[in-house]
Design a protein around this ligand. Structure first.
Ligand SMILES: *[C@@H]1O[C@H](CO)[C@@H](O)[C@H](O)[C@H]1NC(C)=O
Ligand SMILES: *[C@@H]1O[C@H](CO)[C@@H](O)[C@H](O)[C@H]1NC(C)=O
Ligand SMILES: *[C@@H]1O[C@H](CO)[C@@H](O)[C@H](O)[C@H]1NC(C)=O
Length: 447
């Protein structure tokens, strides 16, 4: 089944996806099957001057191949190592795909985006044998205290899929979906250095399903930015990352109908963070369920006074109707940083926050605390009732582990972050991204 229609094929999706599907009846993913694209036309970059020698710049060949296949077909990047010395902007295109069989390695040093795809429809980038990767050699910049180009950015792309590839060691962000709609990202691994500014996936737009992705870096794992609606993120493994978040949010924030389901986070800054500093507009109708964490600094975390962001005009972003459900595991030091930390704007208190089945315990020490400030709703230190007025901060302290906090760990967890001074090897895409969960979509290549 190639076209997934939210309204008419709900049974095809997980329960969590059904939570989102209301008035939205847009098909997600490419509209044309990959087989039909292969049958239409194949533009192999080696026929346009690319050489798999790791030295010849493949940039112009990729652009020429795209121009020939932009109205239907497959830009084929065959097995081998192709250097990218000059960046490519692929603009337009319909019913086309990039088959990344080989490996693209960055050799150029310009800023910007190594691969930028814009104003495109019915698009797919994948590796039909599941071994394709983009290697950014970010360490060459990071070890000098600098950032370089971003790896892959889509802008204004509709009906797309990105899957079965690895994005490695970006000198800046790995994958950005800017104003993209009706897309799917899955069966992927992103592995960057242990440094801020190396975001895994940042996205905004509507009708996007991100699932079965592992991210290692030290910044955003899978993050939703404004404006966005109808976003489902599930079966995500933040393996020594920054963790997932929403933000930074500023003026005119407009996010609604977002579900995160089955999120496993280890050794990250947080399990989930909403971050804003001033601003206005709203985040509403969000569900964050089935989270497991270990060794994270923060866990459940709303920070409306996040001073790493410049103070934006406004009384504060309104956080309304946000449900946190079934969070288990452990945090690094719950006496130092509350695992349940809800700090709302005093001039715009949070409303209808629900926290249920939250059981997390500290790894060091024998106490932890919860903190709520100007947050209304139900559960733990939240204030109940309909006043929704400012009330300041309340905390509560736990001196014994909450029942049911124990949660499984993933195999092969990192015991240290990846440095910034040596190259990061290209990993294989894992076969599971959450304890006990099987990826929703089979690998494209099983052989
Ligand atoms: C947010 O604040 C800006 C600047 O003050 C204002 O122009 C805008 O209308 C406000 N938006 C909302 C949703 O209140
Ligand atoms: C809570 O999440 C765990 C996975 O972390 C899952 O096994 C369990 O079924 C969930 N419980 C409920 C009530 O959904
Ligand atoms: C987590 O990341 C580390 C370092 O990249 C890797 O060795 C380990 O295999 C990863 N875990 C899994 C389950 O992929």
């Amino acid at each position: 089944m190639q076209v997934k229609n939210l309204l008419f094929s709900l049974g095809y999706f997980s329960v969590a996806w059904a939570q989102l599907a209301d008035t939205s009846d847009y098909p997600i993913g490419p509209l044309t099957s990959s087989a039909a694209k292969w049958a239409a036309k194949i533009c192999d970059i080696t026929n346009y001057g690319a050489v798999a020698d790791g030295e010849t710049d493949a940039g112009p060949a990729i652009l020429d191949a795209f121009n020939d296949c932009a109205s239907g077909g497959v830009v084929n990047i065959p097995l081998g190592t192709f250097a990218l010395a000059t960046w490519v902007t692929l603009s337009g295109g319909n019913a086309w795909a990039i088959n990344l069989e080989g490996i693209i390695v960055r050799t150029g040093t310009a800023g910007g985006n190594m691969i930028y795809i814009e104003h495109s429809t019915d698009f797919e980038i994948y590796s039909s044998r599941g071994e394709g990767a983009i290697q950014g050699y970010g360490y060459e910049f990071l070890s000098q205290g600098e950032y370089g180009p971003r790896l892959l950015r889509l802008y204004d792309v509709t009906n797309f899929a990105i899957h079965d590839i690895a994005l490695v060691d970006s000198p800046a962000f790995h994958l950005t979906l800017d104003t993209c709609n009706q897309g799917e990202v899955y069966n992927m691994i992103i592995r960057g250095a242990n440094e801020g500014g190396l975001d895994g996936i940042d996205l905004w737009g509507f009708d996007i399903w991100v699932h079965d992705v592992e991210v290692t870096n030290k910044d955003e794992c899978v993050t939703v930015k404004s404006p966005a609606n109808h976003i489902l993120v599930e079966d995500i493994y933040c393996n020594w990352s920054g963790g997932c978040s929403m933000g930074s949010l500023g003026t005119d924030t407009d996010i609604t109908k977002v579900v995160y389901n089955n999120i496993y986070t280890v050794n990250s800054n947080q399990m989930f963070m909403f971050k804003s500093n001033g601003g206005n507009g709203s985040v509403t109708d969000v569900t964050l369920q089935n989270f497991i964490g270990h060794e994270n600094a923060y866990s459940l975390y709303i920070d409306a006074y996040w001073t790493e962001e410049t103070l934006a005009a406004g009384d504060g972003v309104l956080y309304n109707s946000i449900t946190f459900s079934n969070w288990t595991g452990t945090c690094a030091d719950g006496a130092q940083r509350a695992p349940l930390y809800v700090w709302c704007p005093s001039t715009q208190p949070c409303t209808n926050i629900v926290i249920e089945d939250f059981a997390m315990w500290t790894e060091s020490g024998s106490t932890e605390y919860y903190k709520c400030a100007d947050a209304w709703g139900s559960g733990y230190c939240l204030h109940g009732g309909t006043e929704h007025t400012e009330y300041g901060t309340v905390t509560s302290t736990l001196t014994s582990a909450p029942s049911g906090y124990s949660a499984p760990t993933m195999p092969g967890q990192l015991t240290a972050g990846l440095g910034i001074s040596t190259s990061i090897a290209i990993p294989t895409v894992p076969t599971t991204f959450f304890p006990g969960a099987t990826p929703a979509t089979a690998r494209v290549y099983s052989g």
